[in-house]
Design a protein. Structure first.
Length: 411
């Protein structure tokens, strides 16, 4: 579901009210000039609040700009394939007029006519540099880490893969099977790293928790399962989430946290209160950790405290090497857990091994006697190949039988 950017001359409360109750998206804080940015799939309910600027992508993949002011609508579309490229002069003038920056007309026109802009976000970023726009992109994450509770080896494998595909990655080993990871390439790199770690954490009790802090006490977390965020919250950011502020959804995520993260009895009343809050002082993450009885060493790493665990730069590995190490790790997990089934499969493998041993003896005898042992004139390339394959299968079957009995795995 694509989100559309609308910049409205209206207070944040009015924008949130217009989008409620089921709108997906976020609403930013109102600027000193009275503008508020909103990201939502449907921005039509905002059209009656005041002057409005809407920027999204058209069916052709180009950019569509609409400026509604004083009852007049200006529309301009940038086509990316075929057709005549429309002149952005009128749209640029409308933008400059609505934001009171007539002196920036040439720059705005150049931004709209930029042939190198590949999407709406590129043009929005250019306009944000030129005009006095409100906060557009959500709260800045000044510091961010991903903490995994689970197999430390799997976390290291994910970090090495991220270092190869995603840039420099750091890792810190903590107590109680916890591992902390961070990407040094910014928020996008950290998001990719978190998904990689979560994808490798398949055990039921595995946990992947992303923690972040912004400016002026802004903070938040995301709890991941695979590629899905199953619980999240942010505090002190000035941003609003119309759909996510519903008390029932907040309480549901509090329950998920208590079940997935808390090891002991959790005060659900206090946790629900924290999850419902948009602003919390002095430190909502510290309060969250106390409620869930989580070790504060994660926060020490996030806050870069002197007594925090040391970060280790992870070396990227060749892809084939990573695949081999991953195969070794998953082989540690029992392939067959029922003991009777382990024994039965091991017996079958042993019988196959004995038949293979007999076949190998016959095969080598036939080769030595040039086929006389099996009443055959000479031997063929197929006879040689079968004998070699049977010979190789004997130790492999034996090894698998022993491993299955001892560890429940074939490798």
């Amino acid at each position: 579901m694509a989100l559309v950017l609308a910049i409205v001359r209206a207070p944040q409360a009015a924008v949130v009210s217009a989008l409620e109750p089921d709108s997906v998206g976020t609403v930013g804080p109102t600027s000193s000039a009275g503008w508020t940015a909103a990201w939502s799939p449907d921005v039509a309910p905002l059209s009656g609040l005041g002057d409005t600027v809407v920027i999204d992508e058209n069916d052709d993949g180009g950019v569509r700009l609409r400026v509604d002011t004083d009852g007049i609508t200006h529309v301009w579309e940038q086509y990316v394939s075929g057709g005549e490229r429309p002149d952005p002069h009128d749209a640029a003038r409308a933008l400059c007029d609505v934001f009171g920056r007539a002196d920036r007309l040439a720059e705005v026109r150049s931004a709209l006519d930029d042939a190198d802009a590949s999407c709406a976000d590129d043009i929005v970023a250019r306009l944000d540099e030129i005009l006095d726009l409100p906060e557009l992109w959500g709260p800045d994450r000044l510091r961010e880490i991903t903490a995994q509770r689970g197999d430390p080896t799997m976390a290291r494998l994910a970090a090495r893969l991220a270092a190869r595909e995603n840039g420099p990655t750091d890792l810190a080993s903590l107590e109680d099977t916890w591992t902390a990871l961070r990407a040094t390439g910014g928020r996008a790199a950290q998001d990719v790293l978190a998904v990689m770690v979560a994808a490798g954490s398949s055990k039921r009790r595995s946990l992947v928790l992303t923690l972040w802090r912004g400016s002026d006490a802004a903070a938040g977390f995301e709890l991941l399962r695979g590629s899905d965020v199953i619980a999240e919250a942010r505090w002190n950011t000035g941003w609003r989430d119309p759909a996510g502020e519903d008390p029932e959804s907040r309480d549901a995520e509090a329950k998920v946290l208590a079940q997935q993260v808390g090891d002991n009895d959790v005060d659900l009343v206090a946790l629900r209160s924290l999850m419902r809050a948009r602003s919390r002082r002095p430190d909502p993450l510290a309060e969250l950790f106390a409620l869930l009885d989580l070790p504060v060493a994660r926060l020490a790493l996030l806050d870069e405290q002197p007594d925090a665990a040391e970060w280790e730069a992870v070396k990227p590995a060749a892809r084939l090497r990573l695949v081999w190490e991953y195969a070794k790790e998953i082989a540690v997990e029992p392939l067959v857990e029922a003991r009777w089934l382990q024994v039965m499969i091991a017996v079958i493998l042993t019988v196959v091994t004995l038949f293979g041993l007999a076949a190998a003896v016959v095969g080598y005898g036939a080769l030595i006697t040039n086929g006389a042992l099996i009443d055959q004139e000479g031997v063929t390339a197929g006879d040689v190949a079968v004998t070699i394959l049977v010979t190789l299968a004997i130790p492999l079957n034996s090894w698998c039988a022993v491993r299955l009995v001892r560890r429940g795995t074939l490798l």
